[in-house]
Design a protein around this ligand. Structure first.
Ligand code: NAD
Length: 362
């Protein structure tokens, strides 16, 4: 295959990043269709990005033989059903983060991709940033020694208007709040750099918004010999949103964002510099780089750099964080299929009970 036809389902806030990235691929990708239940939005998006077909029906995109790749830019609860329908229609599917709202849904999506023999991937654009690649290489080469402490914080602010968009702020449709929507990126980076933790203890709260889900989370994540303090927020009224990732190792440290690797040992310091220079500066933003990789994975019949399994891992950690917050207990990973938040129904029931008990206390 030398070129792919592309459809975009969901033409809201993030869809523009997808359209622009596909356009930059020139002859390798052609935007053929866009669907959104909001007719004006679908029509305007098609006009802006010169997409010949627009519709209010997802099916109009999925039934077309000239579309091989679809980007799903949809509310979280629609990721699984629309991805499964797209895979069954023979499309390769790139889903915006998070992969789904429950592990049950994620597993059904992965099974559908295997059955259809199609690619399924999730957007974790930070993995494509040069500094993230550099951090990974420094850790792989052991240049800061064994990590013993990390901090990951997503101190962001979202205006109340953000939650007026009806799917957000609700367990059934957003699947959670700051943890699953915003800090999913930070959790994915922790997994990418340090692997999957073994256990989690978390608390969540709703501090500044009139929403069902959390706008604040504080958690401790445990690996053998390494503890991480994690917080996620959409209620941090800072002048600008702040993200931080810090890893302390026995012989040095890594900080992001901005990226500042450090070791007091001269030899290690030089090797860190070498590792940084080994990774060239990324020319396009993360979203573009990931979308280009996905299209190339289809054209070259290879795995994309971010597999659906990676999306599942971040979702498993998120699920463990919520389970711990709901039960006030330490949760061990991996989560079994009979763990209380594995299914969507189980997670929603746990969230309902948690919300009811919180309402009684206040
Ligand atoms: N990777 C990132 O950094 C990043 C940033 C922002 C959003 N996102 C993700 O992108 C996704 C969409 O978020 P958004 O902010 O663009 O939301 P949005 O509400 O702005 O857009 C969603 C669009 O989907 C449409 N829609 C709803 N149901 C539909 C259906 N059945 N078929 C077709 N269209 C339908 C809505 O009308 C809306 O236009 C979410 O998963 C979100 O987490 C990712």
């Amino acid at each position: 295959m030398e070129t792919v036809g592309v459809g975009i389902i969901g033409a809201g806030g993030i869809a523009a990043a997808h359209a622009k990235a596909y356009q930059m691929l020139g002859a390798k990708a052609h935007l053929i269709g866009v669907a959104d239940i909001d007719e004006d939005r679908a029509r305007a998006f098609a006009r802006r990005y010169e997409i010949p077909v627009w519709s209010t029906e997802d099916e109009d995109i999925l039934k077309r033989d000239d579309i091989q790749v679809v980007s799903l830019c949809l509310p979280h609860h629609l990721h699984a059903p629309v991805a499964i329908a797209a895979l069954q229609a023979g499309k390769h599917v790139l889903v915006e983060k998070p992969l789904a709202i429950s592990l049950e849904e994620a597993d059904a999506m992965i099974r559908a991709a295997q059955k259809a023999k199609r690619r399924l991937s999730v957007v974790f654009q930070l993995r494509f940033e040069s500094d993230v690649q550099r951090a990974r290489l420094i850790l792989e080469r052991g240049l800061i020694g064994a990590p013993f402490y990390a901090e990951a914080s997503c101190l962001w602010w979202r205006r109340p208007m953000y939650y007026e968009n009806t799917w957000r702020g609700k367990w059934a449709t957003e699947g959670g709040g700051a943890v699953i929507n915003q800090a999913v990126h930070h959790l994915d980076l922790l997994i990418y750099l340090l692997g999957m933790p073994q256990r989690v203890y978390a608390e969540i709260d709703t501090v500044a918004h009139q929403i069902e889900v959390e706008d604040w989370c504080l958690a401790t994540l445990y690996w053998d010999g390494l503890k991480t303090s994690f917080c996620a927020s959409t209620c941090a009224e800072l002048e600008t949103d702040s993200s931080r990732l810090l890893i302390l190792g026995a012989h040095g440290s890594l900080q992001m964002f901005p990226f500042r690797p450090h070791s007091r040992h001269e030899e290690r310091h030089l090797q860190i510099g070498e590792a940084c220079r080994a990774i060239p500066e990324q020319e396009t933003p993360g979203h573009t780089a990931e979308i280009h990789d996905f299209v190339h994975s289809v054209l070259e019949n290879r795995e994309p750099r971010v597999s659906a399994t990676e999306g599942r891992r971040a979702l498993e950690l998120i699920t463990a964080i919520y389970q711990s917050a709901f039960t006030h207990e330490v949760v061990h990973l991996p989560l079994a299929t009979d763990s209380p938040c594995y299914t969507t129904a189980g997670k929603l029931e746990m969230a309902r009970r948690y919300t009811a008990s919180r309402a009684k206390r206040s």
